[in-house]
Design a protein around this ligand. Structure first.
Ligand SMILES: *Cc1c(COP(=O)(O)O)cnc(C)c1O
Length: 394
């Protein structure tokens, strides 16, 4: 650890506050550090390691593809990219897919597609973007401008013009914000970095109907909620409300960098040759990994099992709220994206968990987020519950 940490501290940009550990290996929900100490991973790379660490079918798919072809330009076709697009379209509202490499890039692509669709269909000037306060969409300029958390803007302004932010679940504020000049409304069905805050069905219905009325596009950022995380393949299925554009990344390739946007043909057709592109987007190795991930997530009974595990974790967390009402106020979230609402600093609890070799995250000071691999075992859920109980007792 000492050497890796020392090297990192010497040479890396200091833009992360890191825990003092370097991981060298993982399997399932477990990680090992240099000294061979074992950790239980309920962070999963922030909802990235869909099937846990080193899942055999994904590792094999990566190896096989790496031996055949690492990269060609998007001037040519590759099989993994075409196959993955087919799987995504056959299992969603989407009809066409654009691939990129990360969440922020997916959001950029969605925002650019919305502006261009609006420009081609309604002429210039219909450019306003409505996003939510406390949202998180990424760190590039468009994504950052959509992100409704001014702390992330500090020192980076001016941002991309024409973004407005309204409070989540405030239908009245949304009605006031959306008008003829609105190009798109962008939101996360469950605000992840904002503190695991699910949007209400009423609010999403309002967003859908306002977008229809004003011919604006509804963008769901499902970068954190997609690929089975909430117990359905996509969170929009929970609500029965369909967006016009959906952003994916994090869990899509189970640990390799890959992002995507999905849309109906009539929307995606606004991207004509040369209008948008990505050198690495849809890389064959990343897409082969994603095909392997999708096959497992879509296999018989898998998502049902995620829902059951989500219920098991929720039940355990709710029991903590009952046992420690002075420290824990509740549980929120969907599926295996759950937040424990605490009255004590969440960072202290996450630190105490770390000392007991459990990884979790505190997106806000009042909430601890659990986003374990979707393959987490019930006994691992029980183990984390017991450890949390010990921490809250002391
Ligand atoms: C993580 C995240 C992003 C940004 O993804 P990056 O890959 O870090 O650029 C965007 N939106 C949501 C909802 C996210 O959770």
């Amino acid at each position: 650890m000492a050497i890796i940490k020392d090297l990192g501290e010497l040479y890396l940009a200091q833009n992360y506050k890191r825990f003092p550990v370097a991981f060298v290996r993982g399997k399932g929900s477990r990680l090992w550090d240099e000294e061979g100490r074992e950790y239980l991973d309920f962070c999963a790379g922030i909802a990235v390691c869909t099937l846990g660490h080193a899942p055999e079918p994904v590792v094999s798919a990566i190896k096989e593809q790496a031996e055949k072809l690492l990269h060609v330009s998007n001037l040519y076709w590759t099989e993994p990219q075409a196959r993955l697009a087919e799987i995504l379209v056959e299992n969603s509202f989407g009809e066409r897919v654009f691939f990129c490499n990360s969440g922020a890039e997916a959001v950029e692509a969605a925002l650019k597609l919305a502006r261009r669709w609006s420009y081609l269909n309604h002429g210039p000037g219909k450019t306003q973007m409505v996003a939510l306060e406390n949202s998180f969409h990424g760190r590039t300029y468009g994504a950052l401008s959509a992100t409704g958390q001014p702390v992330y803007w500090e020192g980076f302004e001016p941002l991309v013009p024409d973004f407005v932010h309204v409070p989540p679940n405030d239908r009245e504020a949304l009605r006031e914000a959306v008008n003829e000049s609105t190009c798109a409304v962008i939101l996360e069905p469950v605000l992840g970095e904002g503190g695991v805050i699910p949007l209400s069905r009423e609010f999403l219905l309002e967003a859908r109907s306002l977008c229809d009325r004003y011919q604006a596009l509804l963008i769901f950022d499902e970068i954190q909620t997609g690929i089975g995380r909430t117990g359905h393949l996509f969170a929009y299925e929970h609500y029965g409300i369909v967006p016009d554009i959906m952003c994916l990344a994090k869990g899509l390739a189970g640990g390799l960098p890959l992002g995507a946007i999905l849309a109906k043909e009539k929307v995606m057709s606004a991207l004509t040759p040369g209008s948008h592109a990505s050198t690495f987007g849809g890389n064959p190795v990343a897409c082969a990994a994603a095909v392997a991930v999708m096959k497992i997530v879509l296999s018989e009974g898998f998502l049902e099992e995620v829902r059951l595990k989500g219920q098991a974790l929720r039940k355990r967390l709710s029991a903590l709220a009952e046992e420690f009402p002075d420290k824990v106020s509740g549980v929120r979230g969907l599926g295996l994206l759950l937040g424990l609402e605490v009255r004590i600093p969440a960072g202290d609890v996450v630190q105490a968990l770390f000392e007991r070799r459990v990884l979790a995250t505190a997106p806000k000071t009042e909430v601890i987020r659990f986003s374990p691999p979707l393959t987490v075992a019930y006994r691992e859920i029980d183990a984390v519950y017991e450890i949390l109980r010990e921490i809250l007792k002391s």
